[in-house]
Design a protein around this ligand. Structure first.
Ligand code: ADP
Length: 591
């Protein structure tokens, strides 16, 4: 049952998204159909307008006779209808796509949350929580807008560009060629100018950065600046940066004022070229006035889709990147299903724990534990000590099967933990960590987390056992006081007591206490220590402690260093041994 490595080949993000919008496929199909029809309408309208003008010119040429009024009005209505439909199509399809994207992202969000409950701890350990939460918020909303508009926009804009180009060729191939030659030239020219002016903006931005940084330093260290009599120096530096900022600002303003007129001139030059050619063709008789008008309309129309296609392209690209990041989470291999493994009768666990020749490394190329063995008798207190990085936390990670060992066995009551259902096994343990974890809810909820369906009496009893009833009782809402991680009226020590009450309620046979009394005032610490001592009675307890005098009474002290057990024994034995533990103990008591 080793973890399988190597994921399947990266799948096409479009295909995977398709899975999420499949349920609303009809909404999507209708939206796409409407958008495509709208694009055809918009692309066809200028040609119709050209035809209308040709009919009018013919009417004037014929001495104001021979106009079929009915047909003429119908033509006008048709053109109006094309424009109205073309422009309303977006509205119609937007409505559909908003529904689709909202539902799809909701499904994705649900899957992501479920997934995060099933991924192995190693995944969470190797990804900063900020990274994961940013994926759940930013990336998800990027994907939402990808489905809602970006993707469809890109497709429609490209379709429009193609349709307009085709219509230009239909109206007049020669003029179309002239336009197609001119287009890239002006496009490149404009790109060149914008790029030049961007430099000015960048410079302005970086000087603003300098200015802010400097201000931050000076204001933040106001007293220091004064105490060193550095006011004059800092004033001089400030003036210098300020002057630089001023120059950059003027430069970028000038440049940005420049872009618009230049773009206009270039565009107009293009128009003039087309007009000269067009006028020549009209006189020549190869182009009608209506055809020429239609052509100019197409020319004007093309700019829009060209511009929005290029910005949609960027959005679609970042959207696909976000899809990849989300599916990276969804693709993480889950902890294997162990429902067929033996259950552990938690109430009958005695609490005998043993490491038997355990070998383990977080990464294959670096073995941390090699042949580590030790035993803890039921109800005994085992302290794990040693310098940081020695592997103390790793022992806990392995006991709880947060990580799987490479070789050897870990036994609980003589049973190999590999053969016990992971979730059941964890029920046998109670953990109180340095950062006491409370969640959004009432105090009663927070304590009840330790036991499914706990009654209020049990909750109050647990609180009493650890002695946190005293501060809960004076709260206005008592056990129904709402607390959360960010905003709780509780001190670190009080939170710690809550977590202890939670553990008491769960009543595990094996306890894990991780430096649980640091960051506390002495009074609370005394309370917490007393509560812990009471909890430890009759339970096998592992304590990870830095301050050695707190674990002097432990039945067994395991001194670790560099992933290895160096010394084992009671405090007195280890002091007599006069080894690493004794050194550490003496250096601590003298400081
Ligand atoms: P301690 O608790 O004694 O300070 P740890 O058990 O946390 O030590 O760490 C032991 C060694 O394993 C350290 O070198 C640490 O860098 C490494 N380590 C701890 N956690 C991980 C992890 N999730 N992935 C890779 N290496 C880790």
């Amino acid at each position: 049952m080793t973890a399988k490595s190597g994921r399947g080949p990266p799948k096409n993000p479009l295909k995977r998204l398709a899975g999420y919008i499949y349920k609303e496929r009809w909404l999507v199909i209708v939206a796409v159909a409407v958008m495509v029809a709208g694009s055809f309408a918009l692309a066809f309208a200028p040609k119709m307008a050209g035809n209308l003008i040709d009919v009018l010119t013919q009417y004037v040429r014929d001495g104001y006779t021979g106009l079929d009024m009915g047909a003429f009005v119908i033509m006008i209505l048709e053109i109006a209808a094309l424009y109205v439909f073309g422009n309303c199509a977006t509205m119609l399809s937007n409505r559909n796509m908003t529904i689709v994207s909202r539902n799809a992202t909701q499904r994705m969000r649900r899957n992501l949350h479920n997934k995060l409950n099933r991924v192995p701890i190693s995944f969470l350990d190797s990804h900063p929580s900020g990274d994961i939460s940013s994926r759940l918020t930013n990336d998800l909303s990027t994907v939402e807008s990808l489905i809602e508009s970006d993707l469809l926009n890109l497709i429609v804009q490209i379709l429009l560009i193609v349709l307009i180009a085709i219509m230009m060729v239909v109206v007049n191939p020669l003029l179309a060629v002239v336009y197609i030659v001119l287009m890239p030239v002006s496009f490149l020219l404009i790109r060149y100018i914008t790029k030049k002016t961007k430099k000015g903006f960048k410079l302005q931005q970086s000087t603003v950065g300098d200015l802010n940084g400097f201000m931050g330093d000076i204001i933040g260290n106001h007293a220091l600046v004064k105490s060193y009599n550095m006011e004059e120096v800092s004033e001089r530096r400030f003036s210098e940066i300020n002057r630089r900022f001023h120059r950059a600002y003027v430069r970028s303003k000038f440049a940005s004022g420049f872009i618009m007129p230049v773009t206009l001139i270039i565009n107009n030059l293009g128009y003039i070229c087309i007009s000269i050619f067009g006028a020549y063709m009209i006189i020549d008789g190869t182009l009608s006035l209506g055809g020429f008008t239609a052509f100019l309309l197409y020319g004007q129309m093309l700019g829009g889709p060209l511009q929005s296609a290029s910005s949609s392209m960027n959005q679609v690209q970042s959207g696909f990147a976000a899809v990849d990041r989300l599916f990276e989470i969804l693709d993480v291999e889950e902890e294997p299903d162990e429902s067929d493994l033996a259950k552990l009768d938690v109430s009958r666990v005695e609490g005998r724990v043993a490491f038997d020749s355990v070998t383990f490394g977080y990464v294959p190329e670096k073995t941390l534990f090699r042949d580590v063995s030790f035993e803890a008798d039921p109800g005994s207190v085992v302290a794990i000590v040693g310098p940081s990085g020695a592997g103390k936390t790793t022992i806990i990670n392995l006991l709880m099967r947060f990580y799987e060992i490479n070789d050897g066995r870990i036994l609980v009551d003589g049973e190999n933990t590999r053969e016990i259902n992971r979730d059941e096994l964890r029920k046998a343990f109670g953990m109180v960590l340095q950062d006491s974890w409370v969640f959004d809810g009432t105090i009663a909820d927070n304590i009840a987390y330790g036991k499914e369906g706990a009654t209020r009496e049990e909750i109050v009893q647990a609180a009493r056992t650890v002695g946190c009833d005293t501060f809960i009782d004076v709260l206005p809402d008592g056990y129904d006081t709402h607390i959360s991680e960010e905003n709780s009226q509780l001190s670190v020590g009080e939170k710690q007591l809550l977590v202890l009450a939670r553990a008491v309620l769960a009543d595990p046979r094996i306890l894990i206490l991780d430096e649980a009394t640091s960051n506390m005032d002495t009074r609370t610490e005394a309370l917490v220590t007393k509560a812990m001592e009471r909890m430890m009675e009759g339970r096998t307890t592992f304590i990870i402690a830095h301050r050695l005098f707190t674990i002097r009474n432990a039945d067994k002290i395991i001194f670790m260093k560099d992933g290895d057990i160096k010394e084992v024994g009671s405090h007195d034995e280890l002091m007599e041994l006069d080894g690493l533990y004794a050194d550490m103990y003496r250096s601590m008591s003298s400081s």
